[in-house]
Design a protein around this ligand. Structure first.
Ligand SMILES: [Zn+2]
Length: 398
């Protein structure tokens, strides 16, 4: 009834990219940031005065800026990091690590066009950089330019085999082969791709209406306007399985694009409409928090926006919570996730929920964001929720 693996955290790819970013090798890891800033000022001063050593000094400044950018990126401050990396590139245009760092920072803040031009410049300067080719492919993929993603990743893999990238490369190749014959249409906030032979125009219209309606509603509820169109790919059932490797009970998927198995429908049922709204909610959450919402919260909010409510299921959730112990960690399940979100809204309100999401967007961990918003950590929230359930549905009640 509840799909098991329907949400694939898109942010994983960013963590992979994080791993690609090496610390500037010539600088010690534990250098004090303040010392470094002072050293940078001294170097700048010398750079102004000493025309002979100017080039060597500029390279030193670029190394420090790159290091500072790396520190900011690891502290989840991509905007600040981008500033440092840009400065590094002013002093040393060909600094590969600075270019990699800048692209990763721009990806994290969804500045895709800027990221793309940086990736193109980087690859032009360093045609044998597996990091830059991987990133170029990543940006192209996010811009839905799959036919250009494939050669970039193929080249990256030839330079440096990598099993995670290999897997994504194969998925994009499959997707590209299938979607080449698809028609694309632009609705006002969506790029819709579908197989023209199989989809009934009335159903397409009903799907677009559902998407646009959901868009207007989520924009207000989640207080966020996505800054690019959202790609929605409609598949027949078999194609959906073939492309996504999703188990057969999965009804839809969001992995940066909304993927929905809709082929063969004769009308848009209530259940299908709910699936469309659920996956669209994942897209909004992803863009609002830049991929930083943990799974339970993603699934809880997506179900709440379907809209779905725990209703009669609550009594059994309360029994489960008592069996586990009211202060035990809450295991992930779709019903638990929905009920926890209902608790947050019921007890604290939607305004606080938005505040929580904004803290996540700004780079706070889920526990830090919960503490900042509700003065409670993840374990504490689990206890509060279990006690709330226990009070609503005490032992012996039905
Ligand atoms: Zn979901």
């Amino acid at each position: 009834m509840f799909p098991a693996a329907e949400f694939r955290p898109y942010c994983l790819t960013l963590f992979c990219l994080f791993g690609l970013l090496p610390l500037t090798p010539t600088l010690a890891r534990d250098l004090d940031i303040q010392n470094l800033q002072e050293r940078r000022s001294d170097l700048l001063e010398m750079h102004r005065r000493d025309p002979v050593a100017r080039e060597a000094l500029a390279r030193e400044i670029a190394k420090i800026d790159t290091y500072l950018g790396d520190v900011a990126l690891r502290a989840h401050q991509p905007t600040e990091a981008a500033g440092h990396f840009r400065s590094a590139l002013v002093y040393d245009e060909t600094h590969e690590t600075a270019r990699v760092g800048l692209i990763v920072s721009l990806l994290q803040t969804e500045q895709l066009q800027d990221a793309l031009s940086q990736a193109f410049s980087g690859v032009a300067q360093h045609p044998d950089s597996a990091d830059l080719l991987t990133l170029e492919g990543e940006v192209l993929y996010r811009l839905n330019r799959l036919d250009e993603t494939v050669p970039a990743w193929r080249q990256a893999l030839a330079l440096r085999p990598d099993s995670a990238l290999q897997e994504r490369f194969e998925q994009v190749e499959r997707e590209l082969n299938r979607t080449e014959s698809y028609r694309t249409s632009e609705a006002s906030h969506f790029t819709l791709q579908y197989d023209g032979e199989r989809l009934d125009p009335d159903i397409e219209e009903a799907i677009v209406d559902t998407l646009e309606e959901g868009y207007d509603e989520f924009l207000r509820t989640l207080d966020h306007i996505p800054d690019a169109t959202i790609t929605v790919i409609l598949y027949t059932r078999q194609e959906f399985r073939a492309i996504t490797d999703a188990p057969s009970n999965v009804k839809g998927l969001f992995d940066g694009k909304v993927r929905l198995p809709m082929g063969g429908l004769t009308y848009l049922s209530r259940a299908a409409r709910t699936t469309v709204r659920h996956e669209l909610a994942h897209a909004f959450l992803h863009f609002k928090t830049r991929g930083r919402t943990p799974r339970w919260l993603h699934e809880g909010i997506a179900q709440w926006l379907e809209p779905r409510s725990s209703g009669s299921r609550e009594a059994s959730l309360a029994r489960e919570a008592r069996r586990r112990g009211l202060d035990s960690p809450v295991p992930f399940s779709y019903p638990n996730a929905l009920s926890q979100v209902e608790y947050l809204i019921d007890y604290y309100g939607t305004h606080e929920l938005l505040e929580l999401l904004e803290h996540l967007r700004d780079g706070l961990s889920i526990s830090a964001a919960l503490r900042e918003t509700y003065r409670v950590d993840l374990l504490g929230l689990g206890s509060e929720w279990a006690r709330w359930l226990d009070q609503k549905h005490p032992e012996g009640s039905r």
